[in-house]
Design a protein around this ligand. Structure first.
Ligand SMILES: Cc1cc2nc3c(=O)[nH]c(=O)nc-3n(C[C@H](O)[C@H](O)[C@H](O)COP(=O)(O)OP(=O)(O)OC[C@H]3O[C@@H](n4cnc5c(N)ncnc54)[C@H](O)[C@@H]3O)c2cc1C
Length: 512
C-alpha cells in the first residue's frame, strides 16, 4: 500500500484527472461543472453513495433559493410564465437588496457570520442562481407552497425567497447530474474518498478511494472537497454538538459522515466556524432515525407560528411567534431536542388550519372538540399543567380582528406570559382542535473548514494547502446559532463555482 497523506514523501507525476471532486451534491456538482467550464478537461466526481442514493442532502432539499434583487422584475428570466400563472405576481414580491440579505444573515447569526464569506455569498447570490439556471440547466419555478401566503387573489411572498428549482431537490439534483454528463464529467458511484494524497511539496495531488473492488489511489491536478458535514455521524454529533443532538433524527442523506472534514484535518486543515452548531428543525416525531428518501423534506412541521407548542411537561418553551418560521425553524429543532423525551406537540385550532403547510398532510393529526379531550389523548406527562398552559395562553392571547396578518410579523402579542408569543398570538378557541407531534431533525452541521475568498483550504499555519479547495456544507464560518432559509444551496453553488474555477486554474498551472 503506498503511503497516504502525511506518511512519507511522494513524487509529483502526471495526473489521471485535472480536477477530482469529492461528493455529488449541489456544491460538488457546481464545482465540477465550473471546473469544466473553466478549461479542466478531465473532471472526476466521486460519490460515496450508490447511484440509487446519489446526490446528498441536495436530493432531499426543498430547493428554495434565497438571493438578492433590487427589483422583483429582475427574476423574470428565471420564471418567464409566472405572470400568466399567478395574478399580480410581481405586486406580491418586495425587493430584497444585498443589504437586506446581509442584515438577515447578521441578525440570525447574532452578528457572527464571516464578514468576507458572507459578502461573497450575498453579492454573488443572484448571479449564482442565474448561472445554475443557464449553465447548470436547472429550471426554476415560484416556491408557492413554501414561502407564499395567499391574500385575496394574490400571493404575498416572504422576502428574498421566491424561487426554487423545479421539482425541488429531486429536480435540482437530477439536473446537475444531467449537465455533468452532458459536459463529459465522469461520475463514479459507491466510491468513497478516504484520504487526501500529498506530494513531497505538500500539494494535494489526489485521493485514496474505497470502492466495490477495494482501495485505490486516484491522482488529480487539484482536489475539491464537497462532501458535506457530519450530520449523519452520531459520534461526531455527540462529540461536537452534544448528546441531545447526538440523538436527533437525520433529515437527509445517511452518507454525510464527516469524512471530508476528517481527511482535511488529517493534513492540518484549519477547523472554522461553529462546530457546536447545527441546523435542526421541527419534524414529525413519527419518522424513523433517517428520513425516507422518497418523502424528501416532507417531515418538516413549520406552521407553529399559527399555534402553540407544548412539551411533555405540559409547558410552552419558545416564543412560537418570534419571527416567521423561515427565520426560526433552523434553531427550534434543537430547542425541541432539549425538551423531555425530545418530543413536543403542536396545537392548532380550526381557524388557522388553512394556513398549515401542505406537508402536514404526511401525518395524521390527533383531533378533538375540546382542549381537555385533545390533551387527554397526547403523551404529555402533566396533562393538568397542559390544560392550564393553554388556558393561560388563551387569557393572554388575541382575536383575529385585532390585526392578525399571517404574511408579516403582525405584532399580535400575548402580555404577561413566560415565554411570550410575540406575533400571531391568536386564541385557541375554535374547535375542532388539532395536535401534531414534533421532534428535532438535524439537517446539516455549521462547523467546517477555513477557506479563503478563492475557496482554498487554509491550514493551521494560516497558509493555503496547495491543490485543495472546499465548498458547500464543508465550509465553516457562514452560520452560527441559526440560519436564514434557502441559503445553503446558494452558498453551496456560489463557493462550488469558485472552487471549480480555482481548481481548474491550479491544475492548468501545474500542467504548464
Ligand atoms: C430535508 C432538507 C431540506 C432542505 N431544504 C433546503 C432548501 O429548501 N434550500 C436550501 O438552500 N437548502 C436546503 N437544505 C440544505 C441543503 O440541502 C444543503 O445545504 C445542501 O444540499 C448542501 O450541499 P452540499 O453539496 O454541501 O452537500 P450534499 O448535498 O449533502 O452532498 C454531499 C455529497 O458528498 C457525498 N459524500 C459524503 N462523503 C463522501 C466521501 N467520503 N466520498 C465521496 N462522496 C462523499 C454524499 O454522498 C453527497 O453526494 C435542505 C436540507 C435537507 C436535508
Amino acid at each position: 500500500m503506498p503511503p497516504a497523506a502525511g506518511e512519507g514523501p511522494r513524487e509529483s507525476k502526471m495526473s489521471e484527472y485535472d480536477v477530482v471532486v469529492v461528493g455529488a451534491g449541489n456544491a460538488a456538482l457546481a464545482a465540477a461543472v465550473s471546473a469544466r467550464e473553466n478549461g479542466a478537461e478531465k473532471v472526476l466526481v466521486l460519490e460515496k453513495a450508490p447511484r440509487s442514493m446519489r446526490g446528498g442532502n441536495t436530493h432531499w432539499s426543498g430547493a428554495v433559493l434565497r438571493f438578492a434583487f433590487d427589483d422583483p422584475r429582475e427574476i423574470a428570466p428565471l420564471v418567464p410564465d409566472a405572470e400568466e400563472k399567478y395574478e399580480d405576481f410581481y405586486a406580491g414580491i418586495e425587493p430584497y437588496t444585498r443589504e437586506d440579505y446581509h442584515a438577515d444573515l447578521m441578525r440570525v447569526t447574532n452578528g457572527r457570520t464571516d464578514p468576507v464569506l458572507s459578502r461573497i455569498l450575498v453579492d454573488n447570490s443572484k448571479d449564482t442562481v442565474f448561472w445554475m439556471n443557464r449553465t447548470g440547466g436547472i429550471r426554476m419555478e415560484p416556491a408557492t407552497t413554501l414561502s407564499a401566503v395567499r391574500k385575496g387573489n394574490r400571493l404575498v411572498w416572504a422576502r428574498g425567497l421566491v424561487i426554487r428549482a423545479e421539482h425541488e431537490g429531486v429536480g435540482l439534483s437530477r439536473s446537475w447530474f444531467a449537465t455533468a454528463e452532458r459536459m463529459g464529467i465522469e461520475v463514479r458511484y459507491s466510491s468513497a474518498a478516504t484520504a487526501l494524497l500529498q506530494d513531497n511539496t505538500g500539494r494535494v495531488c489526489g485521493v485514496r478511494v474505497r470502492d466495490d473492488e477495494g482501495v485505490r489511489e486516484i491522482s488529480g491536478g487539484a482536489v475539491v472537497l464537497g462532501c458535506g458535514g457530519f450530520e449523519a455521524n452520531v459520534q461526531m454529533r455527540t462529540q461536537h454538538i452534544g448528546p441531545l443532538v447526538g440523538a436527533a433524527k437525520v433529515r437527509g442523506t445517511p452518507y454525510n459522515q464527516g469524512d471530508g472534514l476528517r481527511m482535511a484535518l488529517a493534513i492540518h486543515a484549519m477547523p472554522w466556524g461553529q462546530w457546536s452548531g447545527c441546523h435542526a428543525t421541527p419534524i414529525s416525531a413519527d419518522w424513523g432515525d433517517f428520513a425516507p428518501r422518497e418523502l424528501t423534506d416532507r417531515s418538516n412541521r413549520l406552521s407553529y407560528p399559527y399555534g402553540i407548542m407544548l412539551n411533555r411537561a405540559g409547558r410552552r418553551f419558545v416564543d412560537e411567534g418570534e419571527d416567521g418560521a423561515l427565520f426560526t425553524y433552523a434553531k427550534f429543532g434543537r430547542a425541541i431536542l432539549a425538551q423531555p423525551g425530545a418530543k413536543v406537540w403542536q396545537i392548532f385550532d380550526s381557524k388557522v388550519l388553512h394556513l398549515l403547510e401542505p406537508r402536514y398532510s404526511t401525518s395524521k393529526p390527533i383531533v378533538a372538540d375540546t382542549i381537555e379531550e385533545l390533551i387527554s389523548q397526547l403523551d404529555i406527562e402533566d396533562k393538568k399543567q397542559a390544560v392550564a398552559t393553554v388556558a393561560a395562553y388563551n387569557a393572554a392571547a388575541r382575536a383575529p380582528e385585532e390585526g392578525f396578518d399571517p404574511a408579516r410579523r403582525d405584532g399580535l402579542s400575548t402580555k404577561g406570559l413566560d415565554p411570550e408569543k410575540t406575533n400571531w398570538a391568536l386564541r385557541l378557541d375554535t374547535p375542532p382542535f388539532h395536535a401534531y407531534s414534533a421532534t428535532g431533525g438535524i439537517t446539516f452541521t455549521f462547523g467546517g473548514l477555513r477557506v479563503s475568498e478563492r475557496a482554498e483550504v487554509i491550514a493551521t499555519d494560516w497558509r493555503p494547502i496547495p491543490g485543495l479547495y472546499a465548498c458547500g456544507e464543508m465550509i465553516g464560518g457562514l452560520f452560527y446559532d441559526n440560519y436564514p432559509a434557502g441559503t445553503g444551496l446558494v452558498a453551496g453553488a456560489t463557493f462550488g463555482r469558485i472552487a471549480g474555477r480555482e481548481a481548474a486554474a491550479a491544475a492548468a498551472a501545474r500542467r504548464a
